[in-house]
Design a protein around this ligand. Sequence first.
Ligand code: HEM
Length: 432
Amino acid sequence: MNGSLPPGPTASRAFQTVRWIYRPAAMLEDCQRRYGDIFTLRIAHEGTWVFLAHPDAIKQVFTGDPRLLHAGEANIVLLPMLGHHSVLLLDEAAHMSQRKLMLPSFHGERMRGYEQVMAEVARAEIERWPLGETYAVRPAMQRITLEVIMRTVFGVQDEARRARLRSTLAEALEWGSDPRRMAMLAALGPQRISRSGLFRRVREPADELIYEEIGLRRAAPDLSQRDDVLSLLLQARHDDGSPMSDEELRDELMTLLVAGHETTASTLAWAIERLVRHPRALARMREEVEAGEDEYMDAVCKETLRLRPILALVLRRLTEPMEIGGRSLPAGVNLAPCIYLVHRRADVYPEPLAFRPERFLEQPAGTYTWIPFGGGVRRCLGASFALFEMKVVLREVVTRLGLRARDPRPERITRRAITLVPERGGEVVAER
Ligand code: HEM
């Protein structure tokens, strides 16, 4: 092997794994304090992770050669749910080709077309929130983001079809986010899980509905006038002129659903969790939104994603030895640009633990220091979609409801599958 690994905890792999599962934030902070901006963790079934917390090292990874830095390979646990064509699981040429087909559908300016649907979905949900009592917003946010994806990405207009899809998809997604099943996935390995009868019973009903939708849409007479993502993908062409196959379409729809709905919902829950504990920020945001401006709200979203990123890291597997952050690292390790730690650097963000949206009015978000959506050729395809949806939903919430915290103490960061969510789901007391 070329080079030795950076320092890290000497505890057993099993012990490190348990700590990583139950106290990820504290573990990262401890390690950075003890070992600095580059350190090694050993996590069961995940191999060796080299964490990077310095912007220069992160830049090196995000601008590095994608042939040497495989993200798809590092995401393999998602294979059973997402399938072999998923843009999240591919690398190199196959990844770029799939990504190129999808990028135009997520272009920033296209998002405006979804505003009305997003607002309508948010309003219908908010109408049902109970008033004057403790209410956790995360599940409600998840209903909103699921509905938005069914309408804008899948493009299902018929309410009866949407109802069937809603319950089937919710069940399949819930199945995948159960921590015991995650453990099973890891133990059996994704290839065997894909073939197991237990998993097929969950996946097949969802697949059936998705394939049905693809078939109907292929035949839709108004296909070229529609602006949902499925309709756009159906009209997209590979470099050789061929259309996407049904399997490709199925895998990418599932990818967008899995990558896009819980992430956005949990970030929205964090935004509310932070805002109700910072009434001045909430008041300023509401005032500006009511005046038709969204600059401060944009800063609120960025500050939320900085302090409470729902993903702590992104992964790249090294296919060849490489020098990173002044160390030569062997092939086979997983590099982990650490979103959580780089967002808390005092040399980039003065008073790093303070929730202060103003900082993003004073200085723009840096490409290698504000990385909630990862970076480089793997940067989140749905970043514009997510930020736009967050703003539409927050606008609907704060202009319709008064909100306060039930308990002034911050909610702790806790794990839900691979995401970091507010411990009590973002509890508020709402008033008309
Ligand atoms: C606040 C919400 C979201 C967050 C924090 C988030 C974060 C991320 C992160 C960290 C990555 C990995 C980037 C990397 O490896 O460098 C990613 C990838 C991805 N995200 Fe998101 N995401 C969000 C919402 C969405 C939405 C709404 C969609 C689609 C509707 C989406 C679709 C994707 C896709 C397709 C990829 C894979 C890109 C590739 O491998 O080329 N995400 N996201």
